[in-house]
Design a protein around this ligand. Sequence first.
Ligand code: TXA
Ligand code: MG
Length: 356
Amino acid sequence: MITRVLYIDPSDFKESELVPAADVIKSGGLVIFPTETVYGIGADATRPECAAKIYSAKGRPSDNPLIVHLADPSDAEQYAYTSPLFYRLAGAFMPGPLTVIMPKKDSIPTTVTGGLDSVAVRVPSHPVANALIRLSGLPIAAPSANISGRPSATNAGYALRDFNGRADVIVDGGESDCGLESTIVRITGRDSLLLLRPGAVTPDEIMKKAGCVLEISDAVTGKLAEGERPLSPGMKYRHYSPSKPLTLVSGSREARIRFFRKAQETENAAVICYDEQLPHLRRENAIPAGGETDLETQAHRLFYALRAADSLPCGSIYANLPPASGLGLALYNRLIRAAAYRIEDADSAPDKNTRK
Ligand code: TXA
Ligand code: MG
């Protein structure tokens, strides 16, 4: 299969430019497209054989459900049993980076939902994604456009590296804005939600704007116990991982800088650092990921930084442990998985120069 590339300028395009991509969706093919979070690899969400193509292209276990992308929140009526809370969430955050899980209707095959009787719906705000869904006239099932377990793709180049020859079309609409996947909540009651995956829409914003209580699933910050059944199947799989071992570093500012510099000197490690740390580190093996308090830039650059660190001639990667609050919670959630839960405290770490 040859993957056709369509270049679309999100700030200035005519819908007719997307017709070839919409035709591929209608005819049951795979289209990679930009969203405001990350790139997705999508297909018709109403046909089981289309979902099967997605699982196979990603190498994704078939019990890990796909998000159904819609052009308008009211379209959810056709695919899910909605509630007033859904419409409060939609009013506050849709279109945008929020995914809501509700009981599913029969119009969505269980192949799409990994066998579950619930469905995840999201209305992307990216103009290209929105136009593609509207033109195709179908709900589009789409996971992030990365081979299962690897960092998500925040531009068409990264997506193409994983899927060249495995998707019919890739729509290149430039860099994704947020850089992290959507926030996922499950509706658990009339006024209650469970946070399954943190993202750009933060827990505080949700509670304030939708007037509800939101419980944070233990799996967001922790590791599932052996044999524990995750509420969101994606949580049990290794995720976002570079091919080299990543370790997160906590501790005081000074200790972390000392720790990183030693790791560079003794292990030839790559360091994903804050901009402020850069002058203290070996430049060639350091990837600046935004200012220490600029969490938006850190989110935007996270998957780029993981991929960039991975491509350096080094044997290991270190990064700062982010604060687990606000947008930091989303960074923390992605990074602890990428690091397979390895955290070192720089204040109590042995001096790396004295290690045998
Ligand atoms: O920003 C995003 O959400 C991106 C863009 C492309 O929209 N998509 C994305 O999809 O991140 P994916 O498949 O990489 O992550 C979806 C997560 C998975 O962890 C999956 O297990 C969970 O959502 N999920 C989907 N449907 C679910 C359901 N019915 N119940 C529980 N978890 C569900
Ligand atoms: Mg993903």
